[in-house]
Design a protein around this ligand. Structure first.
Ligand SMILES: C[S@@+](CC[C@H](N)C(=O)[O-])C[C@H]1O[C@@H](n2cnc3c(N)ncnc32)[C@H](O)[C@@H]1O
Length: 248
């Protein structure tokens, strides 16, 4: 049975990415002060949110994965808003000054109707002068190519007596810019395999100008676009990812 950010995937994520990259965290921090209300959709197990919480920022979050939220709660019992839900089910009375989606997670949304409706939701949760920061992946590494299928190089993480080995294959469809990875996480405890988990991952790689079209349709505006978290401007050059700052 296929799961989505199930228990082994969530554990693998936490062991391999325990803390947020400093440049990305500093980028988000550069937009906020302690009077602002902040929202992190797709917050996962909270590595970014915790940095804000520790510094007493006013931040809420939500994530669709029960396992990721459970890992968050294990690390910190949070009294603020932390919901296990997807975009359309998130309930809040507040409007936010700053909304960010970290780690390129918006590219996990591959259905075009969902992309548009999620961007519209983000706009509806925003204060009139609020800002949204999110990153999407571009199709630059695949551009001009055929449909492909590759065996991914195996990866593993270790902690104390456990090891999780990740194997899989990834196919890419240039027509819609979506890759599909069929992944298996195998858990070894003291060298003995004790559990396996299958996951399907889809990632959207945007064609040139494609994301801009969704932004305009959602009634949002691009205030800035960067090719990295050091705010190097995006001017249409080849870049694997683009970091957008959006306004109403
Ligand atoms: C790559 S992880 C990033 C987590 C976190 N932002 C971080 O950097 O550690 C992506 C997260 O998006 C969540 N997610 C995927 N689709 C979602 C959806 N439609 N609604 C809410 N969360 C979703 C997953 O459960 C997962 O925790």
């Amino acid at each position: 049975m296929k799961t989505y950010y199930g228990s082994l995937c969530s554990l693998f994520y936490d062991i391999s990415k325990p803390t947020p990259p400093a440049d990305e965290l500093n980028f988000y921090m550069s937009f906020v002060n302690k009077d602002m209300s902040i929202l992190e959709p797709m917050c996962g197990s909270g590595r970014f949110m915790m940095e804000f919480i520790n510094e007493e920022y006013n931040i809420d979050g939500f994530d669709i994965s029960e396992e990721m939220i459970a890992r968050f709660q294990e690390k910190l019992h949070y009294n603020g808003i932390l919901q296990c839900c997807e975009f359309s089910a998130f309930r809040t009375e507040k409007l936010y000054d700053f909304i960010f989606i970290a780690a390129g997670s918006f590219s996990l949304i591959t259905d075009h109707e969902q992309v548009l409706s999620y961007l519209t939701q983000l706009k509806n949760w925003l204060q009139p002068d609020g800002k949204i920061a999110l990153t999407v992946f571009t199709d630059v590494e695949y551009r001009g190519g055929q449909m492909t299928e590759v065996i991914d190089a195996p990866r593993s993480v270790q902690e104390q007596n456990i090891e999780i080995v990740l194997t899989g294959t990834t196919s890419y469809n240039p027509a819609n810019g979506v890759s599909h990875s069929k992944m298996t996480y195998d858990l070894f405890e003291n060298g003995i395999k004790t559990k396996s988990e299958d996951e399907d991952f889809f990632i959207k790689y945007y064609h040139p100008n494609e994301f801009e079209t969704f932004v305009a349709k959602a009634g949002l505006h691009i205030e800035n676009a960067f090719i990295d978290y050091n705010k190097t401007p995006f001017t249409g050059q080849d870049s694997e990812a683009v970091v957008y700052v959006l306004t109403k």
